[in-house]
Write a protein that binds this ligand. Structure first.
Ligand SMILES: *[C@@H]1O[C@H](CO)[C@@H](O)[C@H](O)[C@H]1NC(C)=O
Ligand SMILES: *[C@@H]1O[C@H](CO)[C@@H](O)[C@H](O)[C@H]1NC(C)=O
Ligand SMILES: *[C@@H]1O[C@H](CO)[C@@H](O)[C@H](O)[C@H]1NC(C)=O
Length: 417
């Protein structure tokens, strides 16, 4: 048995060695290569082996090269191939016959085919198409527990006539649906579409295809295709039933997974704890549904959580919105009173400072520009002036000093200073 196998193997090797250097062995390209549109943004490539191909004991394979709209290159043993791609820019591809061995590769010439760019006036197709999906609970309980809604918006082409009307179709897998609920612009042209429920499987890996064509009496409207990866456009719901409780300065937070077809282990979460008094923010990433934190028990906290489907279950996507905030802790009067006292003290200090500054400035002023002296008539007058000075005027202060000359008033002079 083993011997037989070895002999067979040996024969095969000799055949290969015989075949490949043999310049007379010519590979011919496939025939009847056709490209057919089989669905929205989907083509079927088909070809036949060349009937004149000399048959030897070799495995014929094919290499397919897609040139437009995006370059791609792959090999297959089959004589047909399916391709999901946008088609509004046309499509072109070629195929050749190949024979591969360990050391070399024989190739034929190419057979080519193409799809024309669909007709339409330039600038009439929609622009800036954007779509999002969202999972909602299914009220028809006998069906799947969740359903996926789809929302798309776009802008009217800059050269689209006023009477243009656009129509949106989506395809997921083999299911295609036309939009039934449109929103319109001021000229009643459709610019957004809403599918409350679709055939989209939120856990699926297929492309979501969106096709928007249109009609007008004045121009031919160019169609537009776009492929969307579900993970990139899925608006994940925020986590549910967020609760928090405090025990001393221990804060425990819990929540439930969002409404989603993905099971519980498929989510990443981010918790945001905001100390509303100190406007201090703590954010934590985690994969569990609970979180414990140590807090300052005289503060009030707002807590929010958001979710994203983790890379364990699909490619990284977007974070959900934050859940509605919940509040814990107290915002007591005590800190407010403290704050009031501090403010009061600061205000008093400030007023005193300003006051002393004013005094200083006035002092300087009178020193620089002393008032013109006026002789005092009698002691009584002087007393009046002195008393006045004691209530705060520094001008009179100077006056008093300058003009008191009687020795009896030396004491008074001292007290002034
Ligand atoms: C190629 O197409 C022609 C015409 O459709 C047909 O007659 C012919 O049999 C096809 N060749 C092969 C190899 O299938
Ligand atoms: C539409 O898309 C283009 C290019 O992607 C961008 O430059 C433009 O700002 C977008 N317009 C609006 C209104 O979003
Ligand atoms: C738009 O595309 C759909 C789906 O391919 C097609 O059934 C419909 O006839 C097209 N409408 C126009 C106006 O081209």
């Amino acid at each position: 048995m083993v011997l037989e196998l070895l002999i067979l193997l040996g024969a095969a090797v000799t055949l290969q060695a015989d075949l490949l250097p043999d310049k007379k062995f010519v590979l011919l390209p496939p025939v009847n290569f056709t490209i057919k549109v089989t669905d929205l943004a989907q083509v079927f490539l088909r070809w036949e082996p060349n009937p004149d191909q000399e048959q030897r004991e070799v495995n014929l394979e094919y290499r397919v090269k897609i040139n437009a709209p995006e370059e791609d290159d792959y090999e297959t043993r089959s004589t047909q191939s399916k391709c999901v791609t946008i088609l509004h820019k046309g499509f072109s591809a070629k195929v050749q016959t190949i024979v591969r061995s360990e050391h070399s590769l024989l190739t034929s010439s190419w057979a080519s085919a193409e799809l024309q760019v669909p007709p339409g006036s330039p600038g009439t197709s929609i622009v800036n198409l954007s779509c999002t999906t969202n999972t909602v609970p299914n009220n028809h309980a006998n069906l799947q527990p969740y359903q996926v809604s789809l929302q798309c918006t776009w802008l009217v082409g800059k050269d689209a006539p006023e009477d243009t009307q656009y129509f949106l179709y989506y395809r997921y897998g083999s299911r295609t649906e036309e939009c039934q609920v449109y929103s319109k612009d001021a000229l009643k042209r459709n610019v957004a579409c809403w599918f409350p429920r679709t055939f989209i499987n939120s856990k699926g890996h297929e492309w979501l295809v969106v096709h928007v064509n249109g009609s007008s009496k004045r121009a031919m409207i160019k169609p537009f295709d776009q492929l969307f990866a579900l993970h990139a456009i899925d608006r994940v719901n925020p986590p549910m039933n967020l609760t928090a409780e405090t025990e001393g300065n221990r804060l425990s937070i819990q929540w439930e997974k969002p409404v989603s077809a993905f099971p519980i282990h498929c989510f990443d979460y981010e918790v945001k704890i905001n100390n509303t008094r100190k406007s201090y923010l703590q954010t934590e990433k985690m994969t569990t549904n609970a979180f414990v934190s140590i807090i300052d028990d005289i503060s009030k906290y707002s807590i929010q959580v958001r979710a994203a489907v983790s890379s364990v279950c699909r490619e990284a996507g977007l974070w959900s919105e934050w859940s509605q905030p919940i509040y814990v802790g107290n915002d007591e009067q005590k800190p407010l009173k403290e704050w009031f006292l501090i403010m009061l003290l600061a205000t008093i200090c400030f007023i005193l400072l300003i006051f002393s500054l004013i005094c200083k400035i006035c002092h300087l002023w009178t020193k620089l520009f002393p008032p013109i002296p006026a002789p005092k008539s009698n002691i009584k007058d002087l007393f009046v002036t002195t008393n006045y000075e004691k209530t705060g005027s520094s001008e009179t202060e100077i006056e008093v000093i300058s003009y008191v000359e009687e020795p009896e008033f030396e004491i008074l002079e001292d007290s002034v200073f």
